[in-house]
Design a protein around this ligand. Structure first.
Ligand code: GTP
Ligand code: MG
Length: 168
Protein backbone atom coordinates (compact mmCIF):
# COMPACT_ATOMS: atom_id res chain seq x y z
CA UNK A 1 0.00 0.00 0.00
CA UNK A 2 1.85 3.19 -1.17
CA UNK A 3 1.91 6.18 1.17
CA UNK A 4 0.10 9.42 0.27
CA UNK A 5 1.68 12.83 0.82
CA UNK A 6 -0.14 16.17 0.45
CA UNK A 7 1.51 19.45 -0.45
CA UNK A 8 0.44 22.99 -1.09
CA UNK A 9 1.70 24.34 -4.44
CA UNK A 10 1.34 27.96 -5.53
CA UNK A 11 1.59 29.50 -9.01
CA UNK A 12 2.91 33.04 -9.34
CA UNK A 13 3.76 35.31 -12.25
CA UNK A 14 2.59 38.29 -14.25
CA UNK A 15 -0.96 38.43 -15.56
CA UNK A 16 -1.59 36.55 -18.84
CA UNK A 17 1.58 34.43 -18.78
CA UNK A 18 -0.57 31.29 -18.61
CA UNK A 19 -0.71 30.20 -14.94
CA UNK A 20 -4.38 29.17 -15.09
CA UNK A 21 -3.86 27.57 -18.49
CA UNK A 22 -1.02 25.40 -17.14
CA UNK A 23 -3.11 24.30 -14.16
CA UNK A 24 -6.20 23.57 -16.27
CA UNK A 25 -4.12 21.61 -18.79
CA UNK A 26 -2.59 19.60 -15.95
CA UNK A 27 -5.74 18.98 -13.90
CA UNK A 28 -8.42 18.71 -16.61
CA UNK A 29 -6.44 18.39 -19.85
CA UNK A 30 -8.21 21.38 -21.40
CA UNK A 31 -6.99 24.62 -22.99
CA UNK A 32 -8.97 27.80 -23.61
CA UNK A 33 -7.82 30.49 -26.07
CA UNK A 34 -9.96 32.98 -24.15
CA UNK A 35 -9.06 32.00 -20.60
CA UNK A 36 -10.43 34.58 -18.17
CA UNK A 37 -8.05 36.51 -15.94
CA UNK A 38 -8.11 35.07 -12.42
CA UNK A 39 -9.74 37.07 -9.63
CA UNK A 40 -8.06 36.54 -6.26
CA UNK A 41 -7.02 32.91 -6.64
CA UNK A 42 -8.37 29.55 -7.75
CA UNK A 43 -7.95 26.27 -5.87
CA UNK A 44 -7.63 22.90 -7.61
CA UNK A 45 -6.22 19.55 -6.60
CA UNK A 46 -4.58 16.75 -8.49
CA UNK A 47 -3.18 13.42 -7.35
CA UNK A 48 -0.05 11.97 -8.93
CA UNK A 49 1.25 8.44 -8.68
CA UNK A 50 5.02 8.29 -8.35
CA UNK A 51 7.18 5.19 -8.25
CA UNK A 52 7.04 4.69 -4.47
CA UNK A 53 4.22 6.94 -3.27
CA UNK A 54 1.16 9.01 -4.10
CA UNK A 55 1.39 12.81 -4.10
CA UNK A 56 -1.66 15.02 -3.73
CA UNK A 57 -1.06 18.59 -4.92
CA UNK A 58 -3.27 21.30 -3.43
CA UNK A 59 -2.81 23.97 -6.07
CA UNK A 60 -3.34 27.70 -5.56
CA UNK A 61 -3.49 29.49 -8.90
CA UNK A 62 -3.02 33.15 -7.98
CA UNK A 63 -4.10 36.26 -9.87
CA UNK A 64 -1.23 38.00 -11.62
CA UNK A 65 -2.76 41.43 -11.88
CA UNK A 66 -0.70 43.94 -9.89
CA UNK A 67 -3.60 44.89 -7.60
CA UNK A 68 -3.53 41.35 -6.15
CA UNK A 69 0.20 41.37 -5.38
CA UNK A 70 -0.29 42.02 -1.67
CA UNK A 71 -2.39 38.84 -1.36
CA UNK A 72 0.38 36.57 -2.65
CA UNK A 73 2.03 35.86 0.73
CA UNK A 74 -1.28 34.38 1.95
CA UNK A 75 -0.91 31.76 -0.76
CA UNK A 76 2.82 31.04 -0.67
CA UNK A 77 3.10 31.03 3.13
CA UNK A 78 3.35 27.41 4.22
CA UNK A 79 3.67 26.19 0.63
CA UNK A 80 6.67 23.90 0.13
CA UNK A 81 6.52 24.36 -3.66
CA UNK A 82 5.94 27.12 -6.18
CA UNK A 83 5.82 27.48 -9.94
CA UNK A 84 6.87 30.92 -11.19
CA UNK A 85 5.64 31.40 -14.73
CA UNK A 86 6.69 33.78 -17.49
CA UNK A 87 5.87 34.09 -21.18
CA UNK A 88 8.89 33.54 -23.47
CA UNK A 89 7.62 36.24 -25.86
CA UNK A 90 7.45 38.86 -23.10
CA UNK A 91 10.75 40.06 -21.62
CA UNK A 92 9.04 42.02 -18.82
CA UNK A 93 7.30 38.87 -17.62
CA UNK A 94 10.72 37.21 -17.20
CA UNK A 95 12.00 40.16 -15.14
CA UNK A 96 8.84 39.91 -13.04
CA UNK A 97 9.40 36.16 -12.62
CA UNK A 98 12.88 36.83 -11.23
CA UNK A 99 11.32 39.25 -8.71
CA UNK A 100 8.96 36.47 -7.61
CA UNK A 101 11.81 34.01 -7.20
CA UNK A 102 13.68 36.55 -5.06
CA UNK A 103 10.58 37.25 -2.97
CA UNK A 104 10.00 33.52 -2.39
CA UNK A 105 13.63 32.91 -1.48
CA UNK A 106 13.59 35.87 0.94
CA UNK A 107 10.48 34.48 2.62
CA UNK A 108 12.46 31.31 3.20
CA UNK A 109 9.69 28.74 3.33
CA UNK A 110 9.27 27.58 -0.23
CA UNK A 111 11.80 24.79 -0.75
CA UNK A 112 11.06 23.73 -4.31
CA UNK A 113 10.72 26.46 -6.93
CA UNK A 114 10.19 25.78 -10.63
CA UNK A 115 10.57 28.39 -13.35
CA UNK A 116 8.13 27.71 -16.20
CA UNK A 117 9.02 29.30 -19.54
CA UNK A 118 5.50 29.14 -20.95
CA UNK A 119 4.07 29.72 -24.45
CA UNK A 120 7.07 27.97 -26.02
CA UNK A 121 4.79 27.36 -29.03
CA UNK A 122 4.87 31.11 -29.81
CA UNK A 123 7.29 33.42 -31.63
CA UNK A 124 9.18 35.67 -31.46
CA UNK A 125 11.08 34.55 -28.40
CA UNK A 126 12.30 37.47 -26.28
CA UNK A 127 14.07 35.44 -23.58
CA UNK A 128 16.79 33.03 -24.77
CA UNK A 129 16.40 29.58 -23.22
CA UNK A 130 20.12 29.60 -22.34
CA UNK A 131 19.71 32.78 -20.28
CA UNK A 132 16.67 31.54 -18.36
CA UNK A 133 18.20 28.13 -17.80
CA UNK A 134 21.40 29.70 -16.42
CA UNK A 135 19.33 31.93 -14.13
CA UNK A 136 17.32 28.92 -12.89
CA UNK A 137 20.46 26.94 -12.23
CA UNK A 138 22.10 29.82 -10.33
CA UNK A 139 19.03 30.26 -8.17
CA UNK A 140 18.39 26.57 -7.56
CA UNK A 141 15.14 26.38 -9.52
CA UNK A 142 13.80 23.62 -11.72
CA UNK A 143 13.59 24.97 -15.29
CA UNK A 144 11.01 23.82 -17.82
CA UNK A 145 9.91 25.14 -21.21
CA UNK A 146 6.16 24.61 -21.39
CA UNK A 147 3.16 25.13 -23.61
CA UNK A 148 -0.26 24.86 -22.04
CA UNK A 149 -1.69 25.21 -25.53
CA UNK A 150 0.20 22.34 -27.16
CA UNK A 151 0.55 20.33 -23.95
CA UNK A 152 4.34 20.42 -23.90
CA UNK A 153 6.11 19.53 -20.63
CA UNK A 154 3.08 20.32 -18.48
CA UNK A 155 2.79 16.96 -16.70
CA UNK A 156 6.61 16.83 -16.57
CA UNK A 157 6.73 20.17 -14.74
CA UNK A 158 4.39 19.05 -11.96
CA UNK A 159 5.96 15.59 -11.85
CA UNK A 160 9.49 16.98 -11.34
CA UNK A 161 8.24 19.10 -8.46
CA UNK A 162 6.43 16.13 -6.90
CA UNK A 163 9.59 14.05 -7.12
CA UNK A 164 11.69 16.78 -5.51
CA UNK A 165 9.36 17.42 -2.55
CA UNK A 166 10.57 15.90 0.73
CA UNK A 167 8.80 12.65 1.70
CA UNK A 168 8.59 12.11 5.45
P1 GTP B 1 -3.98 35.97 -14.69
O1 GTP B 1 -5.03 35.05 -14.18
O2 GTP B 1 -4.50 37.30 -15.14
O3 GTP B 1 -2.83 36.13 -13.73
O4 GTP B 1 -3.35 35.29 -16.04
P2 GTP B 1 -2.79 33.80 -16.21
O5 GTP B 1 -1.32 33.82 -15.96
O6 GTP B 1 -3.60 32.84 -15.44
O7 GTP B 1 -2.94 33.55 -17.79
P3 GTP B 1 -4.07 32.68 -18.52
O8 GTP B 1 -3.90 31.23 -18.22
O9 GTP B 1 -5.39 33.28 -18.24
O10 GTP B 1 -3.65 32.87 -20.05
C1 GTP B 1 -3.60 34.14 -20.68
C2 GTP B 1 -3.76 33.98 -22.18
O11 GTP B 1 -2.64 33.27 -22.70
C3 GTP B 1 -5.01 33.17 -22.60
O12 GTP B 1 -5.54 33.77 -23.75
C4 GTP B 1 -4.46 31.80 -22.92
O13 GTP B 1 -5.21 31.14 -23.90
C5 GTP B 1 -3.06 32.12 -23.44
N1 GTP B 1 -2.08 31.05 -23.19
C6 GTP B 1 -1.81 30.44 -22.02
N2 GTP B 1 -0.87 29.51 -22.15
C7 GTP B 1 -0.51 29.52 -23.46
C8 GTP B 1 0.45 28.78 -24.23
O14 GTP B 1 1.17 27.90 -23.76
N3 GTP B 1 0.54 29.10 -25.56
C9 GTP B 1 -0.24 30.06 -26.14
N4 GTP B 1 -0.08 30.28 -27.44
N5 GTP B 1 -1.14 30.77 -25.44
C10 GTP B 1 -1.28 30.50 -24.12
MG1 MG C 1 -5.17 33.06 -14.13
Amino acid sequence: EPKTYSYKLVLLGESAVGKSSLVLRFVRNVFCEYQESTIGAAYLTKTLTLKDCIVKLEIWDTAGQERYHSLAPMYYRGAPAAIVVYDITNRDSFERAKDWVRELQKSGGVGVIALAANKCDLEPRRVPASEAEAYAEDSGCIYMETSAKNNINVAELFQQIAIKLPKQ
